[in-house]
Design a protein around this ligand. Sequence first.
Ligand code: SF4
Length: 64
Amino acid sequence: MHIVADLRKCAGLGMCESMANDYFEVDEDEELVSVLVENPPEADRAHVYAAVQACPVLALTLEG
Ligand code: SF4
């Protein structure tokens, strides 16, 4: 499982971080997300998926 963030879409809104701050962090100056762990363990799939789904501009996808 691999998290992909499209930084051309990200608006720095922070929904992903609020859902899973162990995986996403928003730089407040740049207003862009950083993915802290790009390859989450399978056990965290539901947790990560919920955060990916929370992005209002569809900047996040989960591959694999
Ligand atoms: S929820 Fe989407 S727009 Fe907001 S910081 Fe995360 S990736 Fe960016």
